[in-house]
Design a binder for this molecule. Sequence first.
Ligand code: FE2
Length: 191
Amino acid sequence: MNIFSIPIHMCELQEIDNNSLVSYAYSLRDNNTGRTLSNKGGWQSDILNDNILNMLLIKILTNISYYANLLDVKKDKTISFTNTWLNINGQNDYNINHVHDGFISGVYYPQTSPDMGCLRLENHNNLKSISWHGNNFNNYNTHNAENFLVSPKTGLLVLFPSWLEHGVEPNSVNEDRISFSFNTRIENAVS
Ligand SMILES: [Fe+2]
């Protein structure tokens, strides 16, 4: 029996113009110093609100609806974006562990490869380091894992609970890892 589980949704989005998103990210960086939150090195945009993102946001919302069904969200609730931002991590850049403010959060990769820094999702049991650590288990599985690494891939979308602690491992490649991050909120639908 497995009494608690963390839903992670991953899929590849089709028909997204990743080249335009990459150009958009660089154009923003050229005109904006950005902000520093969890990022160590790299560049993170301010909050975005631009039509170029419309198709991407529609496809993400379709997947959020699927995810909400898994969670059995009530039909009189709506889930909407609260903030979206772009990240450019160059070589050796990474993000320290953090959580997001929201209901469901996620990331989409317009430009990356598996060596550009995994998304590291942490086991949310704060006591795991006392005896639930790697020295005591033969192989990691869904019961004993301290964390789960998502290998980044261009076109991949990942959804996770906003409360789930996560970080990004260093980009080991001399090429930019570009990701699009977002938070959502849940509220009563307007009737
Ligand atoms: Fe994050």
